[in-house]
Design a protein around this ligand. Structure first.
Ligand code: EPZ
Length: 421
C-alpha cells in the first residue's frame, strides 16, 4: 500500500488545473449502457474509481479503449446484465448500472453494494424508483434481481433527494414508455451534467438542477451518436480541496477548470471566514488571507454545504482563530478523520452528529492513516501546514478520487514523496 511523505509547513503558489468530476464521470459512464453507439470522452480523470467502473462495464461486454486523451466506450454488444460482487463491493456507485441495464435489456442482476466506511448507504430509494417504473425487484444471495416487461413512465416522489437514486431513475426513465416526473430529486451539478450527456444523445429531459425532473421516454432507435467527444464538468470537490489547501498555507493559488457557481455555498462560507477570493467564471484565485476565523456549517443536499467538503473544511477550521461547529447531516459516520487529525494536534470534540473545533496555532507532523476518500484529503491538508514530515498511510483511498494530487501539490510548491508499498 502506497504512502505519502509530506513535509510542512509550506506555502502554495501558482496555478492548478482541476480534473473532470469523479461524481459526474461515474454515472455518465454507466449511462453509456443506454447507447448502441460508440461514445468518445475527452480527458476522463485517471482515478481508481473510474478504472473500477470501466472494469464493471467491460464485464458486461462494453468495449473500452483509449487513444491519447480520448477514451471510447462501446455498448453495442453487451453480453451480460450481471454486475458481480467481486467488483461492485469495491465501489458503491456500481449500483448505477442497474437503471440503464433494466431500461435497455429489461433485466439486471447487480450485487448489493454493501456499506462503506462512511455509512450503511442503503439503496432502498433506488429500488423504490425502479419498482415505480414497473420493475420486479427481488434480493437473492446478496444480489438485486430486477426484471420488467418494459419500464413505464411514473410519478415518483423521493423520500430523500438521493444523488445516486436520482441518477439511476433518470437513466432508467430515458427508455421507459411515457413520461416520468421525479419529485424531490437531487440538484447536484453532477446530475445536470448527466442530463446534458443524455440530452446530447436525444433523451428528452427537463427540470434537471431543480427538484422536479421530467423525462419523456424515447425508443432505443432514437438514441443518436454524440457529435463530438464529451467533456465532463470540472470537479467542484477537488477544486474546494485545493482552495482550502491554499488558504491553510497562506498561499496564492489560481484554481481553474471548474464552475465556481457549483461551489457557491462553500465560497460564501470561506468569505465569511475572511478568505480573500477573486471569483471568475471558470476559476477562483485564492489570495494570501490573514486572520481567518471560524464558522458554523451543517452539511445538506445541493445547493447546501456539500458533505464531500466537510472533512477538508474541518482541517481549515482546525488552524484558524476561534471556534467552529460542523454538523454532518448526510452520512452517519463521516468523522473518521477526527481521531487521525488529533494525532497532529487538532482540538476537536465530537458530540452526536456535530464536531466542535477550537483553532490551534500549530500542528505537528505525525504518521496518520486514511480511512475514506475525503478524510484522506483532510489529512493531506493538515500535513501541508504541520511542522515536520507526516506519513500518510493507505493512500489508495485518496487515489479513488484525486487525480495526481501529489504531482499537482508538488507543482504548487509542496514537498511530497510517494513511497510505493
Ligand atoms: C453521492 O453518493 C456521491 N458519490 C458521494 O460522494 C456524496 O457524498 C453523496 O452523493 C452526497 O452528496 C457519487 O456521486 C459517486 P446519496 P450517493 O444517495 O449517491 C442515504 C465522495 O466522496 N440513502 O445522496 O451514495 C445514504 O445512506 C462520495 O465523492 C438512502 O438511505 O449519495 C446517505 O445517508 C462519498 N437510501 C444519504 O442518503 C438510498 O437508496 C445520501 O446518499 C440512497 C441513499
Amino acid at each position: 500500500m502506497d504512502k505519502l511523505l509530506i513535509s510542512g509547513p509550506c506555502i502554495l503558489k501558482g496555478e492548478v488545473a482541476i480534473s473532470s468530476a469523479k461524481n459526474a464521470t461515474l454515472p455518465i459512464l454507466c449511462a453509456s449502457i443506454l447507447s448502441p453507439h460508440a461514445i468518445h470522452f475527452d480527458s476522463l480523470p485517471e482515478l481508481a474509481d473510474v478504472k473500477t467502473i470501466t472494469k464493471i462495464l467491460q464485464s458486461l461486454g462494453v468495449a473500452s479503449s483509449t487513444e491519447k486523451n480520448i477514451t471510447t466506450f462501446d455498448a453495442s454488444n453487451i453480453t451480460s446484465q450481471h454486475a458481480d460482487y467481486s467488483l461492485v463491493k469495491t465501489m458503491r456507485a456500481s449500483v448505477l448500472v442497474l437503471g440503464p441495464l433494466l431500461a435497455r435489456f429489461k433485466t439486471a442482476s447487480v450485487s448489493l453494494p454493501g456499506g462503506c466506511a462512511i455509512g450503511a448507504r442503503p439503496v432502498d430509494i433506488h429500488l423504490l424508483g425502479m419498482e415505480k417504473l414497473g420493475a420486479k425487484i427481488e434480493i437473492e444471495n446478496g444480489y438485486i434481481k430486477a426484471s420488467t416487461e418494459g419500464l413505464k413512465g411514473a410519478h415518483i416522489v423521493l423520500p430523500f433527494p438521493s444523488v445516486g437514486a436520482t441518477e439511476n431513475i433518470m437513466m432508467a426513465a430515458v427508455l421507459a414508455e411515457g413520461t416520468t416526473v421525479l419529485e424531490n430529486a437531487a440538484r447536484e451539478p453532477e446530475i445536470d451534467d448527466l442530463a446534458d450527456f443524455l440530452i446530447a444523445q436525444g433523451a428528452k429531459i427537463s427540470g434537471h438542477g431543480t427538484s422536479t425532473i421530467t423525462i419523456q421516454g424515447i425508443q432505443l432507435a432514437e438514441i443518436k451518436p454524440l457529435s463530438s467527444p464529451y467533456r465532463v464538468i470540472g470537479d467542484r470537490i477537488e477544486a474546494a480541496t485545493f482552495i482550502i489547501a491554499a488558504l491553510m498555507t497562506g498561499g496564492d493559488v489560481v484554481v481553474k477548470g471548474f464552475n465556481p457557481v457549483h461551489l457557491s455555498f462553500v465560497l460564501d462560507i470561506l468569505k465569511e471566514m475572511n478568505a480573500k477570493l477573486e471569483i471568475g467564471n471558470d476559476f477562483v484565485h485564492v489570495k494570501p488571507s490573514k486572520n481567518l476565523k471560524g464558522a458554523q456549517i451543517e452539511t445538506a443536499p445541493f445547493p447546501g454545504f456539500p458533505t464531500d467538503v466537510q472533512a477538508q473544511m474541518m482541517a481549515l477550521m482546525s488552524i484558524v482563530d476561534g471556534g467552529s461547529v460542523v454538523t454532518e447531516s448526510i452520512f452517519e459516520n463521516r468523522f473518521m478523520h477526527v481521531p487521525e487529525m488529533a494525532r497532529m494536534g487538532t482540538k476537536i470534540a465530537l458530540k452526536a452528529s456535530s464536531a466542535f473545533i477550537e483553532g490551534v496555532k500549530e500542528l505537528s507532523a505525525a504518521p496518520v492513516m486514511c480511512t475514506d476518500l475525503r478524510a484522506s484529503a483532510a489529512l493531506v491538508l493538515c500535513s501541508l501546514v504541520a511542522n515536520g514530515e507526516s506519513e500518510i498511510q493507505r493512500v489508495y483511498h485518496l487515489d479513488r478520487g484525486y487525480e495526481k494530487i501529489d504531482e499537482k501539490l508538488t507543482n504548487l510548491g509542496a514537498t511530497i514523496k510517494r513511497v510505493k508499498g
